[in-house]
Write a protein that binds this ligand. Sequence first.
Ligand SMILES: [Zn+2]
Length: 213
Amino acid sequence: MKRIYLVPVGEVDPGLLERLAAELAQRFDVPCCVRPTPLSPEFAFESTRNQFLSTAILAELYDRGSPANTRVLGVTAVDLYIPVLTFVFGEAQVNNPCALVSLHRLREEFYGMPPNPELLQQRLLKEAVHELGHTFGLLHCPDYRCVMTSSHSVERLDVKTRKSPLHSVEPYPQHRSPPSGAGLPTAPVVKVNLEQIWLMAFCQMPLVLDTLR
Ligand SMILES: [Zn+2]
């Protein structure tokens, strides 16, 4: 059955997970539920960095398996890294059914600010849509306002918002995986509301839905 599963990786606030599941179900138009069995991330802990190796957790999620036509998104509160970067908000491989996101640096408290649960939920949703976008074959977008642009700070994550009213975009080519045989579908440049853009993993959402359905 077409479905998105959320897997808690370590201890994660259940209420936050349930709300993320509801939001993702709405955005992707498929059922999304939280798996009851968490994955402990301890095996991926790197003491010299006091962080957890993202790629190792992602591999473990993959080894656990996922039913056909589903996606598995691990959600963790621990700080993630990959060797070439100080940290990562999340990780996914294009067209791999598994992805991973971390709350650790999405919290305002990490930056010495008061807690902001609503902002945390917004950031988590954007990061989740971004990583799930990779699992559906989407690549990074050069437009900093697009949810599929690469983010290395919460400031960059926060500008993936709905502030600008209209934005000209070319819906397909820069977001698609390299063509395999047949040429890319062509689409006209269209005006799209930015709110719809980031909420719907940019304007190639039909491609995403085609993949899952
Ligand atoms: Zn990315």
